[in-house]
Design a protein around this ligand. Structure first.
Ligand SMILES: [Zn+2]
Length: 104
């Protein structure tokens, strides 16, 4: 499969996950209102977890978009830092990798 096809699919997947996450806090907020303190605390923890998940997803989305940009520029698969080709195995594991293992 073409890298851009894989990356486009990954980007859509991440956007869907983010949309799902941003939908959740509003619901948690309305449910937690008026509940016991203990429940409110666990919901606050859930929300924190959602925020860190969201940050991780956003970071990955940024990487995926960057990698797609490199496809357009014709430098996909080449390390941004040292200019060496990124090993195929790494690209299979992380198609959005823009750096080699050494510089990653
Ligand atoms: Zn490198």
């Amino acid at each position: 499969m073409e890298p851009d096809v894989i990356l486009a699919a990954r980007e859509a997947e991440l956007e869907a996950e983010l949309a799902e996450l941003t939908r959740l806090p509003a619901e948690i907020g309305s449910i937690s209102f008026g509940k016991r303190v203990g429940e409110g605390t666990s919901m606050a923890v859930d929300r924190l977890a959602a925020v860190s998940t969201q940050e991780a997803l956003l970071a990955m989305l940024t990487e995926v978009r960057r990698a797609r940009q490199l496809v357009v520029e014709g430098t996909y698969g080449v390390c941004e830092v040292c200019g060496e080709p990124i090993p195929e195995g790494r690209l299979e594991a992380r198609p959005w990798a823009t750096r080699c293992v050494k510089d990653g």
